[in-house]
Structures are given as C-alpha cells and as structure tokens.
Design a protein around this ligand. Structure first.
Ligand code: F3S
Length: 398
C-alpha cells in the first residue's frame, strides 16, 4: 500500500504504541483486500461493546490500546452495551456483569470515544452525509448509512473500527469504491408494506433469496413508501439474513436514480414475505414472558407511539424499550418516560436485548424486529413472536 508520510509515521510508531498497532491492523486489512491507499474517515461507530460479547480477552485488548495512548481522532460512537448504564439494576443485570461492563465503557472513554451506546447513531448526532467515507461496525447501521444516507462504509469488525478511530483513516476497498456499489440484481417487490415487522420480513425473504443466488447489492423496485423506522428495520433484517451492507431502492434511496438497473432480475411475492414472517412466529401467545421494542434502537416518534398505547394502563410482562440515551432524554423532557414507566414498562437505554446477559431468563419474546428474533432464538434460546408494533405493546398488556 502507498501510505502518506503521516500514515507511515503512525506505522513506524512515532505516535505511540496504540496508534502503531491500529495502523498495523489497517495495513494488514488493506493488503488482504487489495487496497492501494488509505482514505480519511469522517466518523466511526464501534461494535463489540457488550461485555457479554467481549469477555475478558476483548477488554484486555481495549485496555492495552488505552494504555498505549490511543485517542480517537474523529467522531466515534459505540454500539449498545449489555445494560442500561444508569439503571441496570431495574433490568435485573447481575452486579458482577455491570462492573465489567462499566470497565469497558470507562476504557473507551479514556480513548476519547463518545460513550453514546446505540445502533442508530444517525439519530443522535453521528449522521454522515452523502458520499462521506466512514468506518462503522454495526451491521444494521452500516446498511442504513450506505443505502439510505449514501455514505460509504464497509462492515467493520470491532478492532478495525477502533483502529480507524485511532488513526482517522481506513483502507480504500469494498464499498468505498464506486464499482463495488453497483447493483447486481433487480428485485421487484410485489406487495404493499407499511409496518416495521413487514419490512423486517421483507429483509429476511430478500436476504435469504439473494444469498442463495450469490447476489449482494439489490436494486429494489416496487416500494411505494418507507418511513425512517421501516428502513432501519429493513436494513437490520437484510444485514442479518442476507449479510448485505448496501441496497438501492428506487424512489427512496439517493443513489438508485443515477444507477442503471442490472439485467438479472427476480421478484418477491406477498406469499414469500408472509412465509418469512410466519417463520419468526414460533411461540404461543400464552408463552410470552418478555416483550421488547427497539431493535434497532427506537426513534423518538416510536417512543411517543408506545406512550400513547400505554397511557393509563399496566403491563403484565417484562417489557424493555431499547433506545439511545439522548433519545431517552428527549422522552424524559416530553413526559413520555413518565407515562411508560407508570405503566410498568422499562427503558433499557444504551442496551439491547440481544447483547444483554438474559439467556435462560425468559422463554418467549414478542417483538416487531426480525433481527431480534434471529438472535433471541440463536443466542438466548427464546421462542419468538414477530408482530406489528402496536400488537407487540398489546402483548405486554395481555
Ligand atoms: Fe441494535 Fe441490538 Fe438490534 S445492536 S440492531 S438492538 S440486535
């Protein structure tokens, strides 16, 4: 790779051990993927934050980077942690876990990383513009940034995202290059979809179908409208079930109109989308003992919707509402938090039900997120019930 003098100095260790290690990681990645140079990045989002995923080995790596003088050089935010950092006791998180999770957060803070823990950083100030190069790690957010915002990111791992933060650069390969952003199959969606769970089912059906066809960047026709919330649900699901980090949706996403639709074509029928939905519905309603909304993290509009549905009522099940801390603070000021907590539901700000240590605590979960179903089943062993947003709230009240 051709390095700029400043980048070579980092690699030579002139800016400390951690920066040197970070540049070594990026150069190794660049060589593997055939990058010729580094690109400056405008922002970073780091995944691998929950102690449940990191463990002591992961924390040890972070500690060495902090002790080696590592400092974030660009706006850097974090993915969800394994608990609400301010209110973990209410969620039944064990004290030993909380202590270790706090060590992780403190270590990131020492490196100048903003400890805003969320998978929707674009809702709380880490919002890249069209064409901007970034290095993000959370798969749903990478897909949203690439497709909906038109920014440019590969799907980073935890170490490579941290390395990009500590150096301010990333190797130029993958979705940073125009030729890799071209669609390779046209998908016509033959259904009218409105709710998050439907867009999640669409992501599952499309992800699995295209994966089996060996395609990775769909050009999607037939979607009339899609809200921010539906798109974040779709991105999360497409990334989970198809491993995809970019799509183009005609009339919705910014690059679609400037691209030539590919000749390869397939369609997705309502029946296929409904079958994908039904596959995530393996629990009996009577078995539901856990309800969760906020995968990906909720917008303030979604929190307002929950408050309207819960006003004056009382939940009968453990109900977690996962969102970014700054969004929760807006909810506090607008009175939504008081309404929701008076109903007995719990905010899990900073957190997510997938990376929290909840294995064995519940048997079946109701949610509107196809991604949450995948991980709740695979990681925690829960049965799942995928439902529309309002009906998920009704499950908590049943
Ligand atoms: Fe976010 Fe956790 Fe879902 S990181 S996308 S809430 S699995």
């Amino acid at each position: 790779m051709r390095l700029e003098p400043q980048e070579q100095a980092m690699l030579d260790g002139e800016q400390g051990r951690a920066t040197q290690k970070a540049m070594q990681i990026l150069v190794a990645l660049g060589k593997i993927y055939g990058a010729e140079r580094m690109l400056p990045v405008r922002s970073v989002q780091i995944a691998g934050v929950s102690y449940d995923n990191l463990g002591e080995a992961g924390l040890q790596f972070l500690t060495e980077m902090a002790q080696g003088g590592g400092k974030a050089r660009v706006l850097t935010t974090l993915n969800p942690a394994g608990m609400d950092i301010e209110n973990w006791q209410a969620l039944g998180i064990p004290a030993a876990f909380a202590e270790n999770q706090q060590r992780v957060i403190d270590t990131f803070a020492r490196m100048g990383v903003m400890t805003t823990c969320t998978c929707t950083p674009y809702l709380v100030g880490n919002l890249p513009r069209f064409g901007e190069h970034i290095a993000w790690a959370e798969s749903s957010a990478v897909c949203y940034a690439n497709a909906v915002l038109g920014a440019r990111s590969n799907r980073e791992g935890g170490p490579s995202a941290l390395a990009a933060s500590l150096t301010g650069v990333t190797p130029e390969y993958g979705y940073h290059r125009d030729e890799n952003r071209l669609p390779d199959i046209c998908v016509r969606v033959e259904a009218t979809l409105t709710e998050n769970d439907q867009f999640g089912a669409l992501g599952k059906a499309m992800g699995e179908k295209l994966r089996s066809l060996g395609k990775s960047v769909p050009y999607i026709r037939g979607i009339q409208d899609a809200s921010l919330e539906s798109l974040k649900s779709f991105c999360a699901s497409l990334a989970t079930y198809g491993g995809m980090a970019l799509f183009h949706m005609l009339g919705i996403t910014p690059e679609a109109s400037s691209l030539k639709p590919p000749e390869a074509e397939t369609n997705l029928t309502l029946a296929e989308i409904e079958a994908a939905h039904a596959a995530l519905y393996d629990a009996d309603e009577a078995e539901i003992d856990f309800v969760s909304l906020g995968c990906p993290h909720l917008s303030i509009a979604e929190i307002a919707r929950i408050a309207r549905l819960l006003e004056g009522k009382r939940v009968t099940k453990e109900f977690w509402i996962t969102t970014a801390r700054p969004t929760k603070q807006i909810a506090d000021r607008l009175g939504y938090t008081a309404v929701i907590e008076a109903a007995g539901a719990k905010f899990a700000a900073d957190a997510c039900c997938v990376v929290a240590p909840v294995r064995g605590r519940f048997q079946a979960m109701a949610t509107d997120s196809a991604k949450a179903c995948y991980y709740a089943s695979g990681k925690h062993g829960f049965k799942t019930l995928l439902k529309p947003f309002d009906e998920v709230v009704q499950e908590a009240l049943r």
